[in-house]
Design a protein around this ligand. Sequence first.
Ligand SMILES: Cc1cc2nc3c(=O)[nH]c(=O)nc-3n(C[C@H](O)[C@H](O)[C@H](O)COP(=O)(O)OP(=O)(O)OC[C@H]3O[C@@H](n4cnc5c(N)ncnc54)[C@H](O)[C@@H]3O)c2cc1C
Length: 477
Amino acid sequence: MQTPKTSYIPCPDCKGQGYVNRGLSKRAKQRYQKALEVHRRFPSNPKPVKPKAHLQPCTTCSASGLIPAAQPPVPDTNTFPNVAIIGAGIGGMALAVACLHRGIPFTVYERDLHVDARSQGYGLTLQQAHTALKGFGIHELEDGVVSTRHLAHKPDGTVVGEWGMRKWDAGTHTTAKKTNIHIARQALRKTLFDQLGEAHQIQWGHQLLGIQPTDTGALQLHLEVDGTSKTAHADLVVGADGIRSTVRTMLLKPQLLPLQYLGCIVILGICKLKALSEVESPLLDSATVFQTADGTARMYMMPYDRESVMWQFSFPIPEDQAQALSALGPEALKQAVQHRTPWHAPIPQVVAATEPGLISGYPVYDRELLTPDFTKNWGNCTLLGDAAHPMSPFKGQGANQALLDALALAKRITKGYSPAKTFKASNLRKRVLNKFETEMLKRSALKVTASAKAAAVLHSEKVLQERDGPRGGVSKK
Ligand SMILES: Cc1cc2nc3c(=O)[nH]c(=O)nc-3n(C[C@H](O)[C@H](O)[C@H](O)COP(=O)(O)OP(=O)(O)OC[C@H]3O[C@@H](n4cnc5c(N)ncnc54)[C@H](O)[C@@H]3O)c2cc1C
């Protein structure tokens, strides 16, 4: 167990929100008053809508909502609901950290036996969530790698597009602030885990089986632990349990919004750079991301960490064949890639040098979008991350959205309750959950739709067009 380097508490000036309401500007007030006056005198003119006050970044905490402290706040069980977080993936772990910093009592229930139980192996690119990480007290990702050059090729190596900081600024602006940052999923998860330090409340080896309301308004959780059943209680249950979420299945009828196959398989590999010591290629400089496509299949390669690259090969295939190929395992997946990529260097060399243990493959799914009409009857349960809005990996947004969801929910809870307005089971949905879900579903819907579109475009002739910018209307992947 590690202790966090620094603890945090909510910023007293913005009450943990990161933004302060400075009211309406003098000019906006005058404009509104004038329009209102016109409407009074001439009622045929439409009544003006009162402008919303500007939220400005809080200068005390640089918009993070947090300030450093010797200890995290003591969980405030009188003011806030007791939160059960189901799943310690990126979204669940992030919500735990955000609750810790804000004094919201929580327990995480994760079916894996410990943090390293699975290889959890692939790389993520952090885009807008990179900025949001300071809201979790993370100011630097020690294991992150910054890319400064993006290239798109045809299979013979002809460049059809180049973009990124190296091209735009001739290498003068390569700071992490302005670029995407690549990090292994497990390294990001461990960074969040380390933030929890001694205070962490993760119940490993606890698989959620069911949730039942009780007479007191609390929710009873049914869990399986080492083959035996166990119960626990919470005021709020958050399903952060991934694309095949148990919580979601309980809240929605299983036949509603089932998984939708997006027509392709993704095969992933991680290759150590030391296994490529014979290969000289500027594409393997740990700061370049490239893709190569033939109008049907696509290879995407990016830095995984300072010592490895990650590749992601995808191609259209019927769902039953994708499932069968995935089940055949690493050697068959590797052969499927090699057979389809007699392409420019270093693609064949990287695939050949990838250890089978670091190769996996999955059919790609998402689900039809949820709307607040579905969620408004969920009582004191909600979802976040892939459980709420699974999407294809082709826009690299799933983890970014899960992080934003987690921060948004913790902020909503602190906004909804204070010592003067304490938690009651009867007002959680209205004060917190409806607002959280409306914002989350609206924000993530754009990404789900764009990610599905990218799955089609990136495996079509359109990807071969010459253009110095991301392919398929996508910002990455
Ligand atoms: C190849 C690939 C590349 C990707 N690249 C990117 C990228 O570049 N950028 C990006 O932002 N996103 C990317 N994503 C998507 C991203 O990884 C996911 O969207 C993100 O991990 C979702 O996080 P989550 O916490 O919602 O779910 P998960 O990380 O799936 O976590 C769910 C957790 O819940 C646990 N669980 C499940 N059921 C139960 C239960 N009944 N009881 C207890 N625990 C349970 C699981 O064990 C797991 O730990 C990529 C995905 C893939 C597959």
